[in-house]
Design a protein around this ligand. Sequence first.
Ligand SMILES: [Mg+2]
Length: 135
Amino acid sequence: MALNVLVVDDSSVTRMMIIKTLKMAGLPIGETFQAGNGQEGLDQLEENWIDIALVDINMPVMNGEEMIEKVRENPEWQAMPIIVVSTEGSQTRIERLLQKGVKFIHKPFAAETVREVISEITGIDHEPTESETDF
Ligand SMILES: [Mg+2]
């Protein structure tokens, strides 16, 4: 099963980095969709089948927290896995997000962390790399 992924971040460089990381992680990534803010993210969700969303917090127009609230209000998207990828330092805000059933990854992120969190959420393991099959 290939995972369709939505990446929401106001930095196009960060979006590209996240998508590159996902593709290199050995996870079965299907189509990737991008959005520059929460509103565009919601628009992408309306138009496409998305299995998992990676969402920044600080963005213009609509921030990630507002977007996540709207996603969780919609029965169709309620159970969609969301990973917040953010520089957010406020523990209160992070706690509030975790209560909405999202995972949190700190920016800058390690590729390994992204891979682990997605494997954990989906139950899909990555293809072992050569170094891991060596013994
Ligand atoms: Mg941002």
